[in-house]
Design a protein around this ligand. Structure first.
Ligand SMILES: NC(=O)c1ccc[n+]([C@@H]2O[C@H](COP(=O)([O-])OP(=O)(O)OC[C@H]3O[C@@H](n4cnc5c(N)ncnc54)[C@H](OP(=O)(O)O)[C@@H]3O)[C@@H](O)[C@H]2O)c1
Length: 334
């Protein structure tokens, strides 16, 4: 049987396990031009919170009763598609389920000799590309500059900090536990890291850690952390707005200080971006990221939860900061 996780209810505020439902369905048969994938790795990501809402944002909502949307990696089990053969490793938007049938559109073939296939959902996948294009193209980070990244110990944040180090920047992270702070400093080479859960004066603490001010603030979280970072931006600073994870379940719009005067007088560039806008340059990004992973300059960590039945719990844990690096769900059916 194919175990699937469906969206059972639209969350109000922070999602709950009861917003999801496990269903067993027959393993689907591929038709002409299609192939069957046995999923091994499922990604849970913050954007999925938005897909649970009724209102469409930049991408369609998941309908109630539908399989939750998500990227996954696995192996081709049966193929009636000339471009894919049994045994090929692939990644695609297969959803929260153990088996998926696809026509191959948007599916990427993977070479396990280059890197473990799970990395196609993290450092060598969408989060890695987000860090790469967000920091270098949107953020225009340059050697000698101070880069501050929030959500620093998550997938995107941990890659951003390391890519900034590779480019000769001074890197300051913001993360939610002492263990995360230690990992970022000791293992990933961040210059300084702030634990926002044990700090009340974000501005004062960041000011101390950024004596030369901030040239790039890579925004992952929103709320009071970004308010503090904005006040320390240098003239001509750049703010790639990548995510607002602190606000996804907020329910109502948050009011904060009005910071447009800072942006005006310091001539700051604040630019929202979606990784998909760089689709035509994914080849370049993946080549660079792969080079850095293979040379050991770009390290990655995975937090793994076993079993499709535990995907909701893994998703909720990630939203609460239970992950270090990329949160994944491992499925051992294939
Ligand atoms: N623009 C794009 O195309 C794009 C693509 C991918 C991801 N994103 C965004 O990038 C950000 C990171 O995504 P990811 O996949 O790498 O997830 P992630 O960082 O691996 O996981 C989410 C992290 O958010 C932190 N967090 C949760 N609530 C928070 C709060 N109230 N304040 C501060 N931090 C909080 C938690 O770490 P702590 O322990 O530190 O709290 C948690 O580990 C998200 O905002 C996501 O939406 C954007």
């Amino acid at each position: 049987m194919n175990r699937q996780i469906l969206l059972a209810a639209r969350p109000v505020g922070f999602p709950k396990e009861t917003d999801f439902r496990l269903q067993e369905a027959p393993i689907p048969e591929p038709g002409e031009g299609e192939f069957l994938v046995g999923v091994r790795w499922l990604s849970v990501d913050p954007y999925m919170r938005g897909r649970m809402n009724a209102e469409r944002s930049y991408a369609p909502s998941v309908n109630l009763g539908d399989v939750m949307v998500g990227g996954a990696a696995g192996r081709v089990l049966k193929s009636r598609q000339a471009g894919f053969s049994e045994g090929d490793y692939v990644m695609g938007m297969f959803g929260w389920q153990e088996y998926a049938v696809t026509d191959g559109k948007g599916v990427r073939k993977l070479d396990p000799a280059v890197a473990p296939v799970s990395t196609s959902l993290g450092v060598l996948g969408m989060p890695g590309l987000t860090a790469y294009f967000g920091l270098l193209t949107v953020g225009e980070a340059k050697a000698g500059e101070t880069v501050v990244v929030s959500g620093a110990a998550g997938a995107v944040g941990s890659y951003v900090g390391q890519i900034a180090k590779i480019h000769g920047c001074r890197v300051v992270g913001i993360a939610g536990s002492d263990d995360k702070v230690k990992w970022l400093k000791d293992d990933l080479g961040f210059d300084a890291v702030l634990n926002y859960k044990t700090t009340t004066d974000y501005r004062g603490a960041l000011k101390e850690l950024c004596p030369q001010g901030i040239d790039v603030y890579f925004e992952n979280v929103g709320g009071p952390i970004s308010d503090a970072a904005f006040l320390l931006l240098n003239p001509r600073a750049r703010v790639p707005v990548c995510g607002q994870v602190a606000l996804y379940s907020a329910g109502k719009e948050e009011m904060g200080p009005r910071l447009l005067m800072q942006i005006l007088v310091k001539q700051v560039k604040v630019e929202g971006f979606l990784v998909f806008q760089f689709a035509s340059r994914y080849g370049e990004g993946l080549t660079k990221l792969t080079e850095w992973v293979r040379s050991g300059q770009l390290k990655y960590k995975e937090t793994v939860t076993d079993g499709i039945e535990n995907a909701p719990q893994a998703f909720l844990s990630m939203l609460r900061g239970g992950n270090t690096g990329k949160q994944l769900v491992r499925i051992s059916n294939a």
